[in-house]
Design a protein around this ligand. Sequence first.
Ligand code: NAD
Length: 177
Amino acid sequence: MSKIRGILIGRMQPVHNGHMQVIEQILEEVDEVIIGIGSVQMSHELKDPFTAGERIVMMSQALAERDIDPSRYYIIPMQDINFNAVWVAYIKMLTPPFSIVYSGNPLVKQLFAEEGYEVRQPPLFDRLHLSGTEVRHRILNGENWKDLVPKATVDLINEINGEKRIYNLSQKEISDI
Ligand code: NAD
């Protein structure tokens, strides 16, 4: 029998506990999940501080931490393209066949729905605190961010001195002030 696959695409800047809870939920509904790491061309910006490679490490280690069977997921890096109207075809080219799209992102939901995919909105897990924006905000302000993310994300951010990177990115040149 063919496998039922679902897909979740996110910038994962950084991977946080909300992403991991959604992935566990998806795996209760489908045989395999495709995890798209989006906007891979972006890094070293306040909204997108981490490279694609760094986000892949966070995700693969976080899945291992949760003892998720590696035969049940694919982690696929995805560059943004300028053409929303053909984005779904581009994603299809990069991924194993899938039938269900999981997303809370209105543009992602719209583009896949227009191409006839079943789109499911995952329940929001503590969205007030579990968002990349909140994690980046807390890192920048020296507040407690480590409770919001898997240990894998903490380890990777420590390894690359990521707190310092985000702080440095927030500084303006004297000439800009
Ligand atoms: P994200 O990391 O913010 O979120 C990823 C997914 O996790 C979303 O579906 C979101 O709803 C879900 N999620 C996040 N926190 C959650 C929580 N606490 N509880 C439950 N679910 C939660 O990423 P995003 O911004 O949705 O990523 C979309 C990606 O698709 C981006 O990289 C974007 O650039 C890309 N994209 C590209 C094109 C193009 O290239 N033309 C078009 C559309 C989208």
